[in-house]
Design a binder for this molecule. Structure first.
Ligand code: ZN
Length: 383
């Protein structure tokens, strides 16, 4: 999920929002201000409903943020870097750069989020009870009671044992702990996600048909999202399993042909592309990579300008290059591959450029890996 706006950093983690969060924010604020609050507390000024509705929606999103921040903080404590937190249509996502090393870490990282939501819900619930005992009634109480309910509901929904929900990660941790097989655990959690998605779609459509309104469609939409995300998790788990233990040096093309940035595009097209089978050419200075030219990047240069354009002008610049070490695990490299280099990475050591990894190298490795005999039981736990 791409953030449309950056809000800043919390606990060292970049926090952003996707524009789609506005949709759900307005739906919540509107639902409370125009319908729920006026029904429960009639005859107040319209502005009071809107103030209470907007305030409740803002606090709800702060709660979502606290939920995600707790995932990130615990992930960092367990040695996993966090790319960032993004709030969007279906709540929040924490993007972790890597996977939990053991079931215990998985359990802690996944479990803390729903726990935080539950505590927030109980906190607002307790205040609401105290206010009621003190004889306070009205909009403030309504907003607090709604916040208590929605946060507890959020905690319960999130522990449903189905990927990609937190409960899916808890299920994965449990199956992983029981069988010692991380891939199998991921597949079980992903399948459960598929089932939950299908149930939500069925339930949502049924609610819509019997006249419960837009709420049913919303449920179906969440179900549809769950099915897509669960399918992706299963594919990723299988790919990660196929590639486990394979290092960059095992798949790279060693000692690729290189050129200087001063070479013209015309020379590249006439002499290089046809002479070698690779369609990417690293640019080097004294053995160090300073750029990468790919077929896609020269395609846009009109034929009459090829003789006057240098490769340095069309190449991916040094700061856009994806660099890897030969002894690095391929699964650690995959998330870093970028569009600029057409999914390619340059392999470097202290001595300079030693290889290049292309998307076809990676897909060959996946195919080979999936043919390997699948390890079973505790052996697959790895390092
Ligand atoms: Zn969560």
């Amino acid at each position: 999920m791409r953030a449309s706006f950056r809000l800043g950093r919390i606990a060292g983690v970049p926090v952003g929002v996707n524009w789609s969060v506005l949709v759900i924010f307005l739906l919540i604020a509107w639902g409370l201000s125009a319908s729920q609050f006026p029904r429960a507390y009639p005859d107040r000024p319209v502005i009071a409903y809107w103030l209470a509705g907007l305030a409740a929606a803002v606090v709800f999103f702060l709660g979502l943020l606290a939920h995600e921040v707790s995932h990130s903080v615990v992930a960092k404590r367990n040695g996993i870097e966090v790319e960032g937190i993004t709030l969007w249509l279906f709540g929040g996502v924490s993007e972790l750069k890597g996977e939990a090393r053991d079931p215990g870490a998985e359990l802690r990282i996944a479990g803390v989020g729903p726990l935080v939501s539950l505590l927030i819900g109980l906190f607002f619930g307790a205040i609401a009870v105290l206010l009621t005992l003190a004889g306070v009634h009205g909009l403030l109480l309504g907003a607090l009671a709604w916040l208590a309910g929605i946060n507890i509901l959020l905690a319960i929904f999130n522990v449903l044992p189905a990927a990609p929900l937190d409960g899916g990660r808890l299920l994965r941790a449990a199956v992983w702990k029981a069988t010692g097989d991380r891939t199998r655990a991921s597949v079980v959690a992903a399948r459960a996600g598929w089932v939950l998605g299908a149930v939500l779609i069925g339930l949502g459509l049924w609610q819509f048909l019997v006249g419960a309104g837009v709420g049913g469609l919303w449920l179906a939409l969440i179900g549809w999202f769950l099915i897509g995300a669960a399918g992706m998790e299963e594919r990723q788990a299988r790919m990660g399993s196929a590639l486990r233990g394979i290092r960059v040096a095992d798949v790279m093309t060693p000692q690729p042909q290189t050129a200087a940035g001063t070479m013209t595009v015309a020379d590249f097209v006439d002499h290089y592309l046809f002479a070698y089978r690779h369609s990417a050419l690293p640019l080097t200075e004294e053995g160090r990579p300073v750029g990468l030219v790919t077929l896609d990047r020269v395609r846009h240069i009109p034929a009459d300008r090829r003789a006057s354009t240098t490769l340095a002008e069309v190449a991916c610049r040094a700061d856009e290059l994806v660099l890897a070490r030969p002894d690095e695990e391929l699964t650690d490299l995959l998330p870093r591959l970028s569009e600029c280099a057409d999914g390619r990475a340059l392999v470097v050591t202290d001595q300079g450029l030693v290889g290049i990894v292309s998307p076809s190298d990676i897909s060959r490795a996946v195919q080979r890996g999936s043919l390997r005999e699948q390890p079973t039981g505790a052996q697959s736990r790895g390092k």
